[in-house]
Design a protein around this ligand. Sequence first.
Ligand code: URA
Length: 433
Amino acid sequence: MRMYDLIKKKRDNEENTREELAEIINGYVEGRIPDYQVSAWLMAVYFNHLSPGERYNLTEIMAESGDRIDLSKLDGIKVDKHSTGGVGDKVTLIIGPIAASLGLTFAKLSGRGLGHTGGTIDKLESIPGFRTSLSEKEFIENVKKHGIAVVGQTGKIAPADKKLYALRDVTATVDEISLIASSIMSKKLSIGSDLIILDVKTGNGAFMKDVSEAMVLAEAMIDIGKRHGRIMGAIVSDMNQPLGKAVGNSLEVKEAIETLKGDGPEDLSKICKTITSRMLQLAKNIEKAKADEMIDNVIDSGEAIKKFEEFIIAQGGTSEIRNKGSKVLPEAKNKESVCSNKSGYIKYIQTENIGLASMLLGAGRMRKEDSIDPSVGIVIEKKIGDYVEKGDSLAKIFFNDREKYMESVKLIKDSFEVSDEHVEKQRLIYKIY
Ligand code: URA
């Protein structure tokens, strides 16, 4: 097989067979096929796309390039969830304990934040003592015992995707839906869960800016998962403003704790309930009303927050979380408000810049090797459609370093647009699959 012919086929809008795709991917990982030829193939895919069959094959080949996590020895329905990423997205911290307290098995590999989006692993590491790196044996034992474990994803999961993604990143071929869908699903399929729920974010703080494209991406991923025998569900949800109020690691854990106790922000609580409800409906084959009632019950009875504490302690987190709750989390030394210079309705929030401002404060990293400050971040006090008086606080900045604060404050202020006209609240969920 000559790589030249495989590129030419895709350039001419023909399909690559499974064997051809395996040659491209494995040849690239093994170093037999150079960057420039794979780049040319990626660009041909960018323009001509992949058929559903090609997407299925590409995903499987990338998943097979690395370790697989076998969950078959675990009882119950193994559930997983994936978000395409956003600002203030602490959903995993909330839905994991809810799902586990309802008898689902939540075994999840999560990522760190990079750029303007946060990562679950960084959030969990803001809890003193919490270990995000467990051996596979410990991981499985924790899931068996507590119904939940969340660990960091290693480079051994779908390494072919890792190498291909790095090339896509420098050849302007990241934002092609078949490639994104195969990339995400190759990592999901490496873990033997029965049921996967996807939260595809759309808006100015998300990777997919356009709602209809987000739907196409959700449908492509659902198709790949179903072809691999997984039970699939998805939501397409809004990222035109941060989710909830808190952005930054310990601030987000605090908000997750409040939400698990039933006191969280409305949008965050709604997304978490919608995702867990979809999980329950699909896993237990029950109606939405029944699933919603079961979720409300574990939140109201305190079982959900108790499960959260059990999960944190099982992974080495301080046992003081039981009586002290979010008081065990690191707190920034200073806080200052960013105030509105006019009265009116919040019309627009530049969400990506809020994420970047949080990163500048030290909550995220620009490069993989940067270290982060778990205590810093932003609490958004006004959301789209809210009325604000001149001088009212739009957001509160939590910081330790005044220079970093100075860098972020203007970015936050400029992220809010205030209008004299009445503005409707932002829609939260565009579609449920
Ligand atoms: N996230 C991934 O894992 N892969 C992509 O291609 C895009 C986002």
